[in-house]
Write a protein that binds this ligand. Structure first.
Ligand SMILES: *[C@@H]1O[C@H](CO)[C@@H](O)[C@H](O)[C@H]1NC(C)=O
Ligand SMILES: *[C@@H]1O[C@H](CO)[C@@H](O)[C@H](O)[C@H]1NC(C)=O
Ligand SMILES: *[C@@H]1O[C@H](CO)[C@@H](O)[C@H](O)[C@H]1NC(C)=O
Length: 485
């Protein structure tokens, strides 16, 4: 039995390492994700926060330091350290890890996709906050979807409206993007007569937690779908240029033109989570098509009006969904109601309008700061406030209480366990690749969060002990495998 346990553990640990590597690769191999416009700020847009002084000014010596632990995201150029001016005052933003143990370094900023529990900076210094930025898919790091994972952080900027610095509309440049006129219906009718399906599907990342292909395969039994990506492909894009994902990316006009021949776009996110919405949702609306959407369960909260989108989960079966799409396809008067928001005054959702008006960062807008700069200042302001409260407390402990600790909440991400795209888990064979991969990956995220929490609790200083903690948790979870004593 002990040998069986050891083998199980070895297989599991090996799987965990391989999965971490594969995830990153696959995400980059999803050429159609992010094809509308330049990927938002994390990968570009440096130094828009203001003119960069070559050297931090002399008075910078007292400023609180914010240390980007994921150096690739550091939103300044060209130096490793930069003075930033925020609402409450100034901070030094840095990516120089030698500053980690410095008493003035008040916050570490982590990027969720890069955050590895096994590589977290230990010991955790009590005077430092941890801040998390994670706007990408939940599948990149399921650790963050569990309470013990997210509660490692004090501040969050995630796709969730409930996070401290919400990025839910990260893929929506603005109302004008939605208002763009739709192509004439007769053009689309002409394409239909030439043999185009009512629905288009364009996806090349096939093994994903949302298990979307399992659903699309069913839907295809009842209504024609033209699928051009690697997933369930049944047609070729018409030109070599479009087939080459190196050229046909990021708002490519030819690709956009081509896609706007379709009346309906299958818009299925790669993972299901509240407020996780990507270009898959907004791009069809921009092009005047109707998204057939599955992703954030509360997506209607953000829609321009009461129609504008068809939700897969409003239908009992793929067949009923297919029948409804077919009905709209044959009834133009009903179809155009889904595009009513494009008329003047047609965007009636106050929550959407207010959220867009309130946000201080831009999407592909060189005149506005990126959300990296925005979140940095959010953390800077909080740290200045905490320093002031600590000072006041030291000066008069009786009248000024010590600042309350502030910890992130499960709802700042809280993505649910992946479920099959169609049917129930019990009906899916054990050797199915989705079942083998994503359920394990999700629950492994919980173990990792618990292991790191325990290490911090024990003032652990050696990262290397992470796998010992994981092993212990693993044994606890698999107690039933132990020989009876
Ligand atoms: C930050 O969060 C941790 C829990 O992860 C908590 O122990 C600590 O007190 C918090 N720090 C601050 C400054 O709120
Ligand atoms: C899964 O197992 C079944 C039989 O149990 C087999 O027919 C099938 O080919 C297997 N599939 C894969 C992907 O290994
Ligand atoms: C960890 O360190 C803190 C502060 O030095 C101390 O109060 C606590 O008892 C330590 N915990 C353990 C488990 O050693």
């Amino acid at each position: 039995m002990a040998a069986a346990m050891a083998a199980l553990w070895a297989a599991w640990a090996c799987w965990a390492a391989a999965a971490a590597a594969a995830e990153e690769e696959e995400e980059w191999a999803e050429p159609w994700d992010g094809a509308v416009f330049q990927p938002p700020a994390p990968l570009g847009r440096v130094g828009v926060a203001g003119p960069a002084p070559a050297e931090p000014r002399p008075d910078a010596a007292d400023l609180p330091v914010l240390l980007w632990w994921s150096p690739g995201l550091f939103p300044h150029f060209p130096d490793d350290t930069e003075r930033i001016e925020c609402g409450r005052g100034a901070c030094l933003a840095s990516r120089d890890k030698r500053r980690w143990r410095d008493g003035r370094t008040r916050a570490l900023l982590f990027y969720g996709t890069d955050f590895r529990a096994s590589e977290a900076p230990l010991p955790r210094l009590p005077h430092q906050s941890w801040a998390l930025l994670h706007e990408e898919s939940p599948l990149n790091n399921f650790l963050l979807s569990h309470g013990p994972g997210i509660r490692l952080f004090n501040f969050t900027a995630t796709f969730s409206r409930r996070s401290d610095y919400p990025l839910a509309l990260q893929w929506l440049p603005g109302v004008a993007y939605l208002r763009r006129a739709a192509p004439a219906l007769q053009e689309r009718r002409a394409w239909r007569r030439r043999g185009y399906a009512p629905l288009v599907y364009l996806q090349s990342h096939c093994d994903v937690p949302a298990d979307r292909d399992r659903y699309v395969r069913q839907l295809m039994r009842y209504i024609p779908v033209d699928s051009y990506g690697r997933c369930l492909q049944n047609r070729e894009l018409p030109t070599a240029r479009l087939r080459d994902t190196a050229t046909a990316t990021t708002e490519d006009a030819e690709l956009m033109d081509f896609l706007s021949r379709y009346k309906f776009h299958l818009a299925l996110e790669n993972a299901i989570c509240e407020d996780y919405m990507t270009e898959k949702l907004w791009r069809p609306m921009h092009l005047g098509a109707v998204p057939v959407y599955r992703g954030s369960p509360s997506v209607r909260d953000w829609m321009p009006d009461g129609r504008s989108v068809i939700l897969v989960d409003d239908f009992e079966t793929p067949r009923e969904l297919a029948e409804f799409i077919d009905f709209l396809d044959k009834n133009d008067d009903e179809y155009v109601k889904y595009l009513a928001y494009k008329r003047p005054g047609g965007i009636t959702n106050r929550f959407l309008l207010d959220s867009l008006a309130r946000r201080e960062w831009g999407v592909n807008d060189a005149t506005l700061p990126s959300y990296l700069n925005g979140f940095e200042c959010f953390v800077c302001d909080r740290e200045i406030a905490r320093l002031e409260a600590e000072r006041a407390h030291r000066a008069s402990p009786r009248t000024s209480p010590a600042p309350e600790p502030r910890v992130a909440h499960h709802s700042h991400m809280g993505c649910p366990v992946p479920v099959p795209g169609f049917g129930s888990v019990e009906d899916i064979p054990e050797n199915d690749s989705w079942k083998e991969m994503w359920l394990q990956d999700y629950w492994q995220g919980l173990d990792q969060g618990e292991a790191l929490t325990a290490m911090i609790h024990n003032n652990e200083t050696h990262q290397g002990r992470f796998w010992d903690y994981m092993h212990e948790i693993f044994l606890k979870r698999h107690q039933h495998l132990r020989p009876p004593s």
